[in-house]
Design a binder for this molecule. Structure first.
Ligand code: UGA
Length: 441
C-alpha cells in the first residue's frame, strides 16, 4: 500500500521503516531539512537498536523515501500517518499545533480521498479537531474531497521500538468507518498473522486507550516506589516484596521495579496531559495526581540520600554518575532522572564525573561546558578522583563491575544505587558502603 508518514521522530521513523520492511511503499515527510538530508544519506539520527539497518535496506530497495516536500507526501499516500510531536504546554496539556498544522497541510494539497491516521499521542477529541481543520481548508478550497480520521495509537518502547513495532501485542484502531477499518486491516495484515491482535473501537476510546495504558504503567511504578520508601523505613526489603507480589499473575513482574522515578518523553507528559484532560471535564483524578506527586519526590531521593550521607554538605565532593539516558538502550535524556540528580548535586555545590554508554553527545548538547561536570568516556574513568558513585540508569555494562577496583578508586568507598543493581552483601564484602532503593543498607 502507499503510505505517507508525517514526522520522523521515534514513532514516525520506526513505523515508516517497519511498514516499508514488510513491502509497503512509504514516504516520510519532515520539515527539518537537516534531518531529512541525513536520512536520505542513510544516517539515522536516533540511537535505536536495529533501526539503521532496516532504514538503509528499505531505502536501497526503493520502498522508503524521505522528503521535506509536503505536497509530494500528500499525493503519495492513500493512508497518511500523523506522527508529529505533542509536547506539553506550560499547563501540562498536549500542544496540538504540529498535529493541526499537518492536518491543514494535508487538506491544502489533497486531490483524492485520504485516510488520515493519527499515531501521535493526543487528547481525547483530537481526531474531531483534525477532521474540523481538514474540513475548513477543503471548504475554503471549494474541494469537497472525502477523508477519514482514524486513531491508531502507538505502544512502542524506546530502546525496543523496532521489535515492538514488528511484533505489536495489540493494534488499536479507532474508527466508525468500515472502509477505513478495512484499509488498516490490510496495512497491518503482515503483523497480524498468528492471532488477531486488532482491536477496533470508536475514535475517542482509542485515544483514551493510549493514555490509560501509559498512566496504568506509571501508576505501577509510582506504587512500587511508594512501597520501597515504606520498606526502607520498616526495615523490609523491596526486592523480596517485589518478587512476592509479582508472582501473582494479576499483578505481574513488569513495571514494578523500584528506582529513581519514571522519565522519558511519554510517561511524565502523558500523565500530566491526562490530569489536564480530567480537570477540563470537571473531574479530579486523585490517583493520577498522586502518581505524579510520588514521581516528583522519587526523582529527588538519590540526591537527598547523598547529601544526607555527607551530613548535609557535599561542597567539594565529586560524585561519579553512571547512566544519563532515561533508561538503557537509548540516548534519550528527555525528563531523565539523571538530570534531576545532576541539578540537585550542582545546586548543593558538588562536582560530577558522568558516563553513559550512548548519551554522551546528548549530555554535551544539554549541559555544554561547565566547571562542575566532566563527561568521561568509560565507567572506570568516571570513578577516578570521585568520592562516591551514583547509579541512575541500569545499563548492562554496569551490572558486573570490578568491585575491588571500585573500592580502590572511590575515596569514600560509597555507592548510591538508584536501580538496585547489586546484592548489598557483595558490596560489603568488597569494603564498599551501599545504599539502594527500598532495601536495608
Ligand atoms: C513508554 C511505554 O512503555 C510504551 O508502551 C509507550 O508506547 C511509550 O511510553 C509511548 O507512549 O510512546 P518508554 O517511554 O519508551 O515507553 O519507556 P519505558 O520502558 O516504559 O520506561 C519509562 C520509564 O519508567 C523509564 O524512566 C524507566 O526507567 C521507568 N521504569 C520502568 C521504572 O522506573 N520501573 C519499571 O519497573 C519500569
Amino acid at each position: 500500500m502507499k503510505v505517507t508518514v508525517f514526522g520522523t521522530g521515534y514513532v514516525g521513523l520506526v513505523q515508516g521503516a517497519v511498514l516499508a520492511d514488510v513491502g509497503h511503499d512509504v514516504v516520510c515527510v519532515d520539515i527539518d531539512a537537516a534531518k531529512v538530508a541525513a536520512l536520505q544519506a542513510g544516517r539515522v539520527p536516533i540511537h535505536e537498536p536495529g533501526l539503521a539497518p532496516i532504514v538503509q535496506a528499505n531505502q536501497a530497495a526503493g520502498r522508503l523515501r524521505f522528503t521535506t516536500g509536503a505536497a509530494e507526501g500528500v499525493a503519495h499516500g492513500e493512508l497518511i500517518f500523523l506522527a508529529v510531536g505533542t509536547p506539553p504546554d506550560e499547563d501540562g496539556s498536549a500542544d496540538l499545533q504540529h498535529v493541526l498544522a499537518v492536518a491543514r497541510t494535508i487538506a491544502t494539497h489533497m486531490a483524492a480521498p485520504k485516510t488520515i491516521v493519527n499515531k501521535s499521542t493526543v487528547p481525547v477529541g483530537t481526531a474531531d479537531q483534525v477532521a474540523e481543520a481538514v474540513r475548513a481548508v477543503l471548504q475554503q478550497r471549494g474541494a469537497p474531497i472525502a477523508f477519514e480520521v482514524v486513531s491508531n495509537p502507538e505502544f512502542l518502547k524506546e530502546g525496543a521500538a523496532v521489535a515492538d513495532c514488528k511484533r505489536p501485542d495489540r493494534i488499536v484502531i479507532g474508527t466508525g468507518s468500515a472502509a477505513a477499518e478495512a484499509q488498516l486491516r490490510e496495512l497491518y495484515a503482515p503483523f497480524n498473522r498468528n492471532h488477531d491482535k486488532i482491536v477496533v473501537m470508536d475514535v475517542k476510546s482509542a485515544e483514551l486507550t493510549k493514555y490509560a495504558a501509559n498512566a496504568m504503567l506509571a501508576t505501577k511504578i509510582s506504587f512500587i516506589n511508594e512501597i520501597a520508601n515504606l520498606a526502607e523505613r520498616l526495615g523490609a526489603d523491596i526486592e523480596a516484596v517485589r518478587r512476592g507480589i509479582g508472582s501473582d499473575p494479576r499483578i505481574g513482574y513488569h513495571f514494578i521495579y523500584p528506582g529513581v522515578g519514571y522519565g522519558g518523553s511519554c510517561f511524565p507528559k502523558d500523565v500530566k496531559a491526562l490530569i489536564h484532560t480530567a480537570k477540563g471535564v470537571g473531574f479530579t483524578p486523585d490517583v493520577l495526581l498522586a502518581v505524579e506527586q510520588r514521581n516528583g519526590a522519587q526523582r529527588r531521593v538519590l540526591a537527598e540520600r547523598i547529601v544526607a550521607h555527607y551530613g548535609g554538605d557535599v561542597r567539594g565532593k565529586t560524585v561519579a554518575v553512571w547512566g544519563l539516558a532515561f533508561k538503557p538502550e537509548t540516548d534519550d535524556m528527555r525528563e531523565a532522572p539523571s538530570r534531576a540528580l545532576l541539578q540537585a548535586l550542582w545546586a548543593a555545590g558538588a562536582q560530577v564525573r558522568a558516563h553513559d554508554p550512548v548519551a554522551m553527545d546528548e549530555a554535551r548538547r544539554l549541559f555544554g561546558e561547565r566547571d562542575d561536570l566532566v563527561l568521561c568516556d568509560t565507567p572506570l574513568e568516571a570513578l577516578q578522583g570521585a568520592d562516591c558513585l551514583a547509579i541512575v540508569t541500569e545499563w548492562k555494562i554496569f551490572r558486573v563491575p570490578d568491585f575491588d577496583q571500585m573500592a580502590r578508586l572511590l575515596k569514600d568507598r560509597m555507592v548510591f544505587d538508584g536501580r538496585n543493581l547489586y546484592e548489598p552483601a557483595v558490596l560489603a564484602r568488597h569494603g564498599l558502603g551501599y545504599e539502594s532503593i527500598g532495601r536495608p543498607g
